[in-house]
Write a protein that binds this ligand. Structure first.
Ligand code: NAD
Length: 259
C-alpha cells in the first residue's frame, strides 16, 4: 500500500474527481477526510469508504469560509492526530463570454478556487510545519496552462494555482512540505456534464460538437480523462518520498496539452 496511515484531507470530495481520490487513497491505506460544502453527500461518501467511520470521516467545509476551514482542519487533526496530505480540489465552473461575465460570478469562482486554496493551504501548513512534513496537491487543469473561450475566471484561477504551488514549494521546503499541481483534461463529472449544454448554447453548436470540436479536439485519441486517471496522479504526488518532486505540475489529458 502506497499511503499506509497517511492522514489526508480532500476538499470537494463528496463528488467527482475528489471522491475518486478519496476512494483510491483509502484503498492505498490512507485515512481520509471528505471535506465538502455538501455535508450530506460528504457523509454518504465517507460511509461508502468505511462504514465503521474509523478511517473515513466527513467534514463540513465551505472552503471560502476562514473559520470553517480552520475548524475543519482542527477536526481532522483531532480525529487522526496529524495531517500528511492536503488535496485542494473543490471547484466550480461558470461559462460565459467575457463581455457578458457578471462581476458577482467572476468573484464567486475566483473565491472558491483561489481563496479556498489559500485558506486550506494556510491551515494545513500550520499543522504540517509542526510535524516537519507534508504534501499539498492542487487540482489545477489544462486551463492552468492553456486558455479556452468562455472561461475567463476559471483560466485565471487555474493559472494562479501554479503560482501558489511554487510559493508553497519554496516556503515549505525547510519544513519538509512539498507542493504540486495536477492538471487534468476534460473528465465527465457533474462539473463537465453541466457545461456541455451551456457551451452548446453559448457557441451556437450541438452538444456532440462541444464534445468533438471543443473538449476532445486536441487529444491524441479522442478520449475523456477519467477520475481514476486523475486519482492515480494524486497517489503519485502524495506517495513521493522527497523534496526532489516539488513545485511541479503534471498534465493528465490524453495529450490535449503537451509541454
Ligand atoms: P464536481 O462538481 O463533481 O465536484 C466538486 C465538488 O466541490 C462538489 O462535491 C461540491 O459540493 C464541492 N464544492 C463546491 N464549492 C465548494 C466550496 N465552496 N467548498 C467546499 N466544497 C465545494 O467537480 P469535479 O469535476 O470533480 O471538479 C473537482 C476539481 O477538478 C475542480 O477544482 C475542477 O476545477 C477540477 N477539474 C475538473 C475537470 C473536469 O473535467 N471535470 C478538469 C480539470 C480540473
Amino acid at each position: 500500500m502506497r499511503l499506509e496511515n497517511k492522514v489526508t484531507l480532500i476538499t470537494g470530495s463528496a463528488s467527482g474527481i475528489g471522491k475518486e481520490i478519496a476512494i483510491i487513497y483509502a484503498r492505498e491505506g490512507a485515512k481520509v477526510a471528505i471535506a465538502d460544502l455538501n455535508l450530506k453527500a460528504a457523509q454518504a461518501t465517507a460511509l461508502e469508504i468505511d462504514p465503521s467511520g474509523k478511517t473515513a470521516i466527513a467534514v463540513a467545509m465551505n472552503v471560502t469560509d476562514e473559520a470553517q476551514v480552520d475548524r475543519g482542519i482542527a477536526q481532522v487533526v483531532e480525529a487522526f492526530g496529524k495531517l500528511d496530505v492536503l488535496v485542494s480540489n473543490a471547484g466550480i465552473q461558470i461559462v460565459d463570454p467575457l463581455v457578458d461575465f457578471e462581476f458577482s460570478k467572476w468573484k464567486k469562482l475566483l473565491s472558491i478556487h483561489l481563496d479556498g486554496a489559500f485558506l486550506t493551504t494556510r491551515a494545513a501548513l500550520r499543522q504540517m510545519y509542526k510535524q516537519g512534513s507534508g504534501s499539498v496537491i492542487y487540482m489545477g487543469s489544462v486551463h492552468s496552462k492553456e486558455a479556452s473561450k468562455l472561461k475567463a475566471p476559471y483560466v485565471t484561477a487555474k493559472h494562479g494555482l501554479i503560482g501558489l504551488c511554487k510559493v508553497v514549494a519554496k516556503e515549505g521546503a525547510e519544513h519538509g512540505v512539498r507542493a504540486n499541481v495536477i492538471c487534468p483534461g476534460f473528465v465527465r463529472t457533474p462539473l463537465v456534464e453541466k457545461q456541455i449544454p451551456e457551451q452548446a448554447k453559448d457557441l451556437g453548436i450541438s452538444e456532440q460538437e462541444v464534445i468533438d470540436d471543443v473538449m476532445l479536439k486536441d487529444t491524441v485519441d479522442h478520449e475523456f480523462t477519467t477520475v481514476e486517471d486523475v486519482a492515480e496522479a494524486a497517489v503519485f504526488f502524495a506517495s513521493f518520498g522527497s523534496n526532489a518532486l516539488t513545485g511541479q505540475s503534471i498534465i493528465v489529458s490524453h495529450g490535449w496539452f503537451m509541454e
